[in-house]
Design a protein around this ligand. Structure first.
Ligand SMILES: [Zn+2]
Length: 253
């Protein structure tokens, strides 16, 4: 697991699995957004910081594991994430178990987020590291938020504009929502110095703009019924599979 320091109190970490990112705000009584994936990475995270608050950008299991590292921390989620966790908890947990079994990980339970503070985006969360402004960005999934960290120039965007994945359009949300989320993120990039995608590594605003433009063109083409070239990673079988799912999602919504 690697870390990059973006500010005196902000570090972006990324997992060895899918380059899933998490963000640390402050070493003591701060905030952790999203999570690494493996038990070893979660144990390593627990030695780096002691947050007062753990937040997730959306309810895909690889972003939900923070409470494993910080069992006593308060939790906060956006209300669509709360709805998804209530409705799909068993399905999401099963997806983690399937991955854990395939990767010989010891039995573990998906953290229970039912005690989390639920907020409705757009919303501002106060934190010891300053205000966090949450923006709703459904499209990759039915839930999803981007988080702007006040006075830092850092924006966390969840599973959008990844430098190592193509867009994943949610099968029940569709490309129109995805494009709307990109518009929200585009606006946030204009105020930002660093952008942390859910998978990959921190991007400068210039890098983020290039990826956002490529992803927007790709999603527009999929929505128009075309079969566009992948914006990146075209030689990766898993990204080709995602592409086929995107074409199916565009047809079904
Ligand atoms: Zn993800």
């Amino acid at each position: 697991m690697k870390y990059q320091q973006l500010d005196t109190q902000i570090w972006a970490g990324h997992s060895s699995i899918w380059s899933t990112t998490h963000t640390i705000l402050g070493r003591e009584m701060g905030v952790v957004v999203d999570s690494p994936v493996t038990p070893g990475e979660l144990a390593a995270l627990a030695t780096r910081t002691r947050p007062a608050l753990v937040v997730t950008t959306h309810a895909d299991w690889d972003h939900l594991l923070g409470p494993m590292a910080f069992p006593g921390a308060d939790l906060a989620i956006e209300h669509r994430t709360a709805t998804r966790l209530t409705r799909e908890f068993t399905t999401i947990a099963d997806e983690m178990h399937v991955w854990d079994n395939a990767n010989h990980t010891l039995e573990r339970q998906l953290p229970d987020w039912s005690s989390a503070q639920v907020v409705v985006a757009p919303a501002t969360l106060q934190s010891p590291c300053g205000a966090l402004t949450l923006y709703s960005t459904p499209g990759h999934t039915e839930d999803g938020i981007a988080i702007e960290i006040a006075d830092s120039g850092v924006v966390i965007v969840g599973d959008y504009i990844s430098p190592c994945e193509i867009p994943q359009i949610g099968p029940t949300t569709g490309g129109a929502h995805y494009l709307a989320a990109l518009t929200t993120i585009d606006r946030l990039i204009n105020q930002a110095e660093w952008i942390i995608p859910g998978h990959g590594w921190p991007l400068t605003a210039t890098q983020a703009r290039v990826i956002l433009h490529e992803d927007r063109e790709y999603v527009r083409a999929v929505l128009a019924g075309d079969d566009p070239r992948l914006p990146r990673c075209a030689d990766d079988d898993s990204q080709q599979l995602t592409h086929q799912r995107n074409l199916a999602a565009a047809r079904s919504v």
